[in-house]
Design a protein around this ligand. Structure first.
Ligand code: ARG
Length: 456
């Protein structure tokens, strides 16, 4: 396909150069946004009298037909074109002749591409937010189901204090809610219309920039033409928000992988979300979770790519910026792909409550509650802590737990103990006494679920 900028050149672009220069292989996915942007631009050109109303109408109809034809498969995007903008404009000119050539009045591919990426990413942000919401609903449902399912809470991967599986899931829910909020925030700065910035220095035509912005659902217009064409902050902000999503999914995956091991056996993944081994017949591997954990690296890489591409570019547009798309689209696609597999994997997993309860029974996770019991009897916490430490050491020596240690042994260490200690260290009670906002009691978890749902 001939280049649109041919006039000044005596030779065609070398085939190798065209392949190197072309972005069509990765920007063709923006065809709909490109066409919608052009329709808005043509509408404004007609409304302001910059081009004849009748020509504007022909252009709008022609673009609408091109959109339909691409969608129906009647028109195949030419992979030899320089980019999607060139392809669509070329196709329009082929269909409309002279009139098609008027579309690019008062516009540059520089403000056009800035517009297209914003429109494309705005749609992607909405889709990813919806996927995150779906995950939140799954987490809330599971959390409600397991608001009484006791498990050990960990610090340093050592059993620490009793919590419930429901409470643990709601921790991820908090992270995902922040992720949604971050996407919303990115969208605020992204949803600004750059069209009218021209190549770099605006234009001499009396454009109605607000009209275009409104037609395309933008909140406002960019304030400076140089920045309008060379700002890719929104790509970097989005890649950063997506990286954090991947951090969260990756941490969750790490836990899923551990919980599936024979060492934990807290959950079992559904067969549809696990894989086997080619040699070891007994194996059931959490590949999906491992891939999500692994793919986080790609998204962090995309963020680094974008930061690096942008850091040394003099104003305004430079072709380096064409590199923005592969990076941000890869980040977007990776997050979507991960969520597509991750959410149903969580939804269908089996929770092995009994194993969680058994793990909770070992590891002295009620030691803090035992100390708190002594505090209730009037002992200062530091002394209560020391006595309980001695009790734990004694249990370890004797191969007992705090629940099975006889009362005489308690009394030998501190005479404030009576047989009320056994109910004080009962795990179900320990968990459900933790009622303070944000704590693991069933009551508090229900509140967390309610708040999470309300914030959606
Ligand atoms: N394909 C280009 C990109 O993605 C479009 C802008 C081209 N602008 C230019 N001055 N060559 O950045």
């Amino acid at each position: 396909m001939a280049q649109l900028w041919k006039g000044r050149f005596k030779k065609e672009l070398a085939k190798e150069t065209n392949d190197f220069n072309s972005s069509i292989s990765f920007d063709s996915r923006m065809f709909e946004e490109d066409i919608k942007g052009s329709i808005a631009h043509a509408t404004m050109l007609g409304a302001t009298g910059i081009i004849e109303k009748s020509e504007s109408e022909k252009i709008i109809n022609g673009l609408g037909e091109i959109l339909e034809d691409i969608k129906s498969g009647k028109l195949i995007i030419d992979m030899n074109a320089e980019d999607i903008h060139t392809f669509i404009e070329g196709e329009l000119t082929e269909r409309l002749g002279q009139t098609g050539k008027r579309l690019h009045t008062a516009r540059s591919r520089n403000d056009q591409v800035a517009l297209d990426i914003r429109l494309t990413l705005r749609k992607e942000i909405d889709e990813i937010s919806e996927m995150l919401k779906a995950l939140i609903y799954v987490l809330c449902e599971k959390a409600e189901e397991h608001k009484q399912t006791i498990m050990p809470g960990y610090t340093h991967l050592q059993r620490a204090q009793p919590i419930t599986f429901g409470h643990h899931l709601m921790a991820y829910c908090s992270m995902i809610l922040r992720d949604i909020d971050r996407l919303k925030d990115v969208k605020k700065r992204l949803n600004v219309c750059p069209l009218g910035s021209g190549a770099l220095a605006g234009t001499t035509y009396p454009l109605d920039r607000e009209m275009v912005a409104e037609l395309l659902g933008f909140d406002s217009i960019t304030a400076n033409s140089l920045d309008g064409v060379s700002d890719r902050d929104f790509c970097i902000e989005l890649a950063s928000a997506l990286s954090l999503i991947m951090v969260h999914l990756s941490r969750f995956s790490e836990e899923i992988i551990m919980w599936c091991s024979w060492e934990f056996k807290f959950i079992e993944l559904d067969d549809a979300f696990s894989t086997g081994s080619s040699i070891m017949p007994q194996k059931k591997n959490p590949d999906i979770a491992e891939l999500v954990r692994g793919k986080s690296g790609r998204v962090f890489g995309d963020l680094t790519t974008l930061l690096t591409v942008m850091k040394g570019i003099a104003l305004a547009y430079n072709k380096d910026m064409q590199e923005d798309k592969e990076a941000i689209f890869d980040a977007v696609d990776t997050v979507k792909m991960c969520l597509t597999a991750f959410t149903p994997m969580i939804e269908t997993m089996t929770v092995l409550k009994d194993n969680m309860r058994l793990a909770a029974a070992k590891g002295f996770i009620n030691a803090t509650d035992c100390a708190d019991y002594l505090v209730g009897k009037g002992l200062p916490f530091r002394d209560a802590y020391k006595c309980t430490g001695q009790l734990v050491a004694l249990c370890i020596d004797k191969g007992l737990t705090l629940e099975t240690l006889p009362l005489e042994e308690y009394k030998a260490i501190c005479d404030l103990f009576d047989d009320g200690v056994y109910s004080a260290i009962n795990l179900e009670k320990c968990v459900n006494d933790r009622k303070v906002a944000g704590s693991p009691s069933a009551e508090s978890v229900l509140k967390q679920i309610e708040l999470a749902k309300a914030s959606l």
